[in-house]
Structure formats: C-alpha cells, structure tokens
Design a protein. Structure first.
Length: 256
C-alpha cells in the first residue's frame, strides 16, 4: 500500500490504495512507519508525503472493524500516534500534499508534516459526529490553535468540511493550488529544502515545536482525543454510526 522513491535527496512517500481512498488500517500504518524509517536510514534530506487517486487519505479503514470489539485506544495510541510522531520528528524538512478527502488519520498526517500544500478540492474537517465518535489524530489541537474554540466546535458539531482554499485562508495549512498544480509546487518546495542546510532547518523545526507545545500541545491533546474515543466505544451512538457509515445512511443517534 505504501511506496517510496528517493531522488535528489527527496524521499517521496505515496499512500497507494486509491480504491479505498488511501484509508489506513493497522497493516497500512505499520507499513508507513517502516517506510518512514527507511527514508531516514537512506539519508533523505527532505520528505514528501502524498496520496494516489482521488484523495490524500480518508482516515481509518473501518471496513472490517466491529465497534463492539474494536480496541480503538490500541489503534489510536498504539498505531496512529507513533506514526504521526515519527513523521513529526523526521530529521529533515517534511512536506505533504492534501487533495480530496483529508480526514481522520489523513488529517493527522497533514498536521504532523512541516509544510502542507492543499489542492483547492481538498476536504478538511471533522465528519466524526456521523460515527458517534471523537475527532482524533490531533484535530482538536489544530482547530483550536488556528481557528479558536468557537469555530472549532462549529466544525465538529456541524460536520462541515473546508475546501483547500478555505482551510488555507483560515490559517490551517500553508498554501493552496489548483488540483493540477499542487503536486508540482510541493515537489519544487521539497527539492529546494533538500538542497538547503538540513541541520539548520531541523533546528527551526524543533524550536517551532517547543513554542507550540508550550500550550496544551499536539501530543497532550491527542492523548485526550484517544481517551475520549475509547470511552465511546460501547455506546449506542458509536455502533449506530459505524453501521450507518457502512450502509451509507443517516444514523439515528440515541444518546449515551
């Protein structure tokens, strides 16, 4: 599902399961972690992460998930968070290209990247209310930090999705481009970074992380998300949300 090439110091990592919108399950996350480790071992001076097909990443692949037995905390804290940390702490500048659905784990991967360029057709937000679940993968930290509490909860409650252009105007990510241009622009930026002073760039990355984490911080917020998600696993809303998602119908939540 994950492939990588290395050219002129840039490791290009591709989520390559377009038939399921690059949604990630446990095996996919393990594979992504291995590829990131290989890129580091190969001495990449910059890393570019993108998705093949119509979406960057639609989140967790729940096709085979039974909400009654799902170890959601094990998945989030044991699989998702380590991958996001590995990407966030990659010892070189990292870039991500967001297009189509950028949700759940996909949103988390964008948050963990240093620089994110979005296609105008990207979709960013929190559809989790339809699943009876909690926004995860660092989404709360991003929304509150960049949008404020009121706008964050507005997006969470309504499930509205921002386009790439809207997300950039709101300050969530770096730049937006037409869908046909975004990959080329990101590749150019990654090549430029790879030709520059990697150690100085990594020092800046660490300083920015320290400034950000002086508040609640991404990882503390993610831990709260993980705990909240786990607490919902046995609720009727959670089960109804999963069933409705599979059957593509509107859930009828019954409360806790």
């Amino acid at each position: 599902m994950i492939r990588m090439s290395l050219d002129d110091g840039v490791a290009e990592v591709v989520l390559d399961a377009p038939g399921r919108l690059n949604a990630l399950d446990e095996a996919g996350l393990d594979e992504l972690a291995d590829v990131l480790a290989r890129a580091e071992a190969d001495g990449a001076r910059a890393l570019l992460l993108r998705g093949e097909g119509k979406a960057f990443c639609a989140g967790r692949d729940i096709a085979d998930v039974d909400p009654a037995t799902d170890d959601v905390l094990g998945f989030l804290a044991g699989r998702v968070e380590p991958v996001l940390r590995r990407l966030a702490h990659f010892p070189a500048p990292t870039f991500a290209v967001g297009h189509g659905a950028c949700l759940g784990v996909g949103l988390g991967l964008l948050i963990a990247a240093d620089v994110v360029y979005l296609a105008d057709d990207a979709k960013v937000g929190s559809p989790f209310g339809r699943l009876g679940a909690v926004l995860d993968s660092g989404g709360h930290a991003l929304f509150v930090e960049r949008l404020g509490a009121h706008r964050a909860l507005d997006l969470i409650y309504t499930g509205d999705l921002l386009s790439g252009a809207e997300a950039v105007r709101a300050g969530l990510f770096s730049r937006n481009y037409p869908a046909d241009d975004v990959l080329g622009a990101t590749r150019a930026a990654a090549r430029l970074a790879a030709s520059g002073p990697t150690r100085a760039f990594v020092a800046s990355k660490e300083i920015v992380a320290e400034i950000r984490d002086a508040r609640l911080g991404l990882w503390a917020a993610m831990d709260r998300e993980n705990q909240g998600q786990a607490a919902l696993r046995d609720t009727a809303d959670y089960a109804e949300g999963f069933a409705a998602f599979r059957e593509k119908r509107k859930p009828e939540f019954r409360g806790a």
